[in-house]
Design a protein around this ligand. Structure first.
Ligand code: SF4
Length: 344
């Protein structure tokens, strides 16, 4: 089973409650099953035959995880509770026990692995469907790319394998990734900017793990602006930046924080600590489609921690978190790209 690769997490997390406060779902539902400890204990039961994926309640718990990896990041031993959770989903899928809504979403995604490229240049930007659906983000990215690259190639389209992987559909995910890697390599661009944190993680971590090589150098938006030494004319003022789950906890990339320093932003600390995730399930990528009520609860939890919810300028890296915090949290949110474009 895939979970056998996470022996340390299964054997140790099942006795440990140290990171329970960092499980965003456990916090908003007040349920122990939504913590690494109980998930590990239940998965230990899968291995010794006292639990089974026939337990639909348990499978639902696996699919309502926020997958922020905050527990892994702050675990003193670095046990990979997040990798265990993803592996468990893959085992659920292999056992044919995925919830119907997950099966439907995966089937839909598997048919969308097609892309278009418009424009010319040595630099490309990938606008996944979530990013492309936010007009302000697209306008900001266009302004930034014009300033830094002049002419550039815009890639739009569907699944590059990331969501399928997160849902546990590993062969389908790898097949989509192989197609996207071939598409990108055929464009022969030198650099590619990937604004969506989940897509950036896919190209940086998932693709190499699958043995897929890209000819282009991959940048997050912030990293690209830093590399091009962009000069900003205006300071953005006081901001509350919500550390991004993929960048901080998956990629260990501090480009967003470095860009905020270049921008000379007056950074304000958000919430009560620097350990929690405030991104409303960004790591799960499609949690808003699988369980909107849960995402609403996550956004309200974040909004309750804002100093002045109506006026504070919150900043996220990706469109997913921005959308949930605006829609459900009623907060004033911009992406980092919007802030940077507004400071040119
Ligand atoms: S990830 Fe670390 S802190 Fe969290 S339950 Fe496992 S061992 Fe404990």
């Amino acid at each position: 089973m895939n979970i056998d690769n996470y022996e340390e997490a299964i054997m140790n997390c099942r006795f440990c409650f140290m990171c329970r406060h960092l499980s965003a779902i456990g916090q908003v539902r007040c349920t122990e099953v939504d913590t690494p400890r109980v998930r590990a204990a239940m998965l230990y039961g899968i291995r010794n035959g006292t639990n089974s994926f026939d337990d639909a309640d348990f499978v639902d718990a696996l699919y309502r995880q926020d997958l922020s990896a905050s527990c892994r990041r702050n675990c003193v031993n670095g046990y990979d509770e997040n990798g265990l959770a993803l592996a468990a989903r893959a085992d659920v899928v292999e056992a044919g026990k995925a919830p119907e809504k997950v099966k439907r979403l995966a089937a839909k995604l598997a048919k969308t692995s097609e892309w278009k490229a418009n424009g010319k240049g040595a630099v490309a930007i990938f606008l996944d469907e979530t990013t492309a659906s936010d007009k302000d983000e697209v306008a900001a990215l266009g302004k930034l790319l014009k300033r830094t690259a002049g002419s550039y190639v815009t890639i739009t389209g569907g699944s590059i394998g990331k969501v399928l992987k997160v849902l546990g559909y590993l062969p389908e995910a790898k097949a989509a990734a192989e197609r996207f890697a071939a598409f990108l390599n055929a464009l022969d661009v030198k650099e590619i900017v990937v604004p969506n944190p989940a897509a950036f993680d896919a190209l940086n971590n998932d693709y190499p793990a699958w043995g897929l090589k890209l000819k282009a150098k991959v940048f997050c938006t912030a990293g690209f602006l830093i590399a091009k030494k962009v000069k900003f004319a205006k300071k953005p003022g006081a901001l509350y930046y919500l550390a991004d789950d993929f960048m901080r906890n998956y990629c260990k990339c501090d480009c967003p924080e470095r860009l905020l320093a270049v921008l000379k932003a007056e950074l304000k600390p958000f919430g009560t600590n620097d350990e929690e995730s405030y991104n409303c399930g960004e790591g799960a990528i499609v949690l808003d489609q699988l369980d909107p009520a849960l995402v609403k609860a996550l956004a309200e939890y974040v909004a309750a921690r804002a100093d002045n919810p109506k006026t504070d300028q919150i900043v996220t890296l990706g469109v997913y978190a921005k959308r949930q915090l605006v829609r459900y949290g009623k907060l004033k949110v911009k992406t980092l790209a919007e802030i940077a474009a507004g400071s040119l």
